[in-house]
Design a binder for this molecule. Structure first.
Ligand SMILES: [Zn+2]
Length: 256
């Protein structure tokens, strides 16, 4: 089976404990539109390590947060990534708002999607793909229609693990059904028998142990087109590249 690799560009400010969630965040977020983003030194350094990895790495999709293009230092690093033939760029929202944790807001979500799509696609040009990942995995059935209407062909927000069913209103399969009905391809994240295997789970005991094994097993063959065929979705965070004094790498098969 082929795998699709993707990395989310979240900075420290984008943690739901900081911003984007109605109850969990320390910084209020009344509007989706944010301005004046400046990358943290941690993210800039992580991006430098990621660039080193990606320059000899496999095909990888970057899920970018649109507001990050406000920061010249971060954008300079993205320019380097954009010049690489193995890098594609997709959409991780505008300011990392956790949409399904807020009341249903089709108008606001549509405005955000359109603005983020226009900004990221204008920047990325040929490397742009109309693919979406919901910040924090906060996806809900009502979000499928706006995604399809804004021209998104694929969503990769579903974490089909019993640990996160609560966030999906108890049933992530309803989300998958809505996506299918709207003609949006859903690519749920890889899980193992004990729980999640992507994102934070990669470094979180006990999930990390089976997760790393599953990644190695499932990354022998990599695709840059998750719209076609059966695909296993593997994702991590740019900030992970700050681990182990910058020597951290996604746990891929040796051949990668
Ligand atoms: Zn994120």
């Amino acid at each position: 089976m082929t795998s699709w690799l993707s990395v989310d560009t979240d900075d420290v400010i984008h943690l739901p404990s900081k911003r984007g969630h109605p109850h969990r965040s320390s910084v209020p977020m009344p509007e989706w539109r944010t301005e004046g983003y400046q990358a943290s030194s941690r993210l800039l350094s992580a991006t430098d390590h990621f660039i080193q990895w990606a320059s000899r790495g496999p095909e990888t999709t970057i899920f970018l947060i649109a507001e990050q293009l406000d920061c010249p230092e971060f954008t300079k690093r993205l320019d380097t990534l954009l010049s690489m033939p193995n890098i594609l760029i997709a959409c991780h929202g505008w300011g990392h708002r956790c949409w399904s944790a807020w009341p249903e807001d089709i108008v606001g979500f549509t405005e955000m999607l359109t603005a983020a799509r226009d900004r990221i696609s204008a920047y990325a040009g040929d490397s742009w793909r109309p693919w979406f990942r919901a910040p924090g995995g906060y996806i809900s059935t009502w979000m499928a229609g706006p995604l399809a209407a804004a021209g998104f062909r694929l969503d990769s927000s579903v974490n089909p693990s019993r640990w996160v069913n609560r966030k999906m209103g108890g049933n992530w399969s309803k989300v998958q059904q809505s996506m299918e009905q709207c003609g949006v391809i859903e690519r749920p994240w890889l899980t193992t028998s004990i729980g999640p295997a992507c994102g934070p789970a990669l470094s979180l005991f006990p999930f990390s142990i089976p997760a790393r094994k599953a990644w190695k097993r499932n990354s022998v063959s990599v695709t840059n087109n998750p719209e076609i065929g059966e695909t296993i979705t593997l994702y991590w965070h740019l900030l992970d590249h700050e681990r182990k004094s910058g020597r951290w790498k996604p746990p891929l098969a040796k051949s990668m």
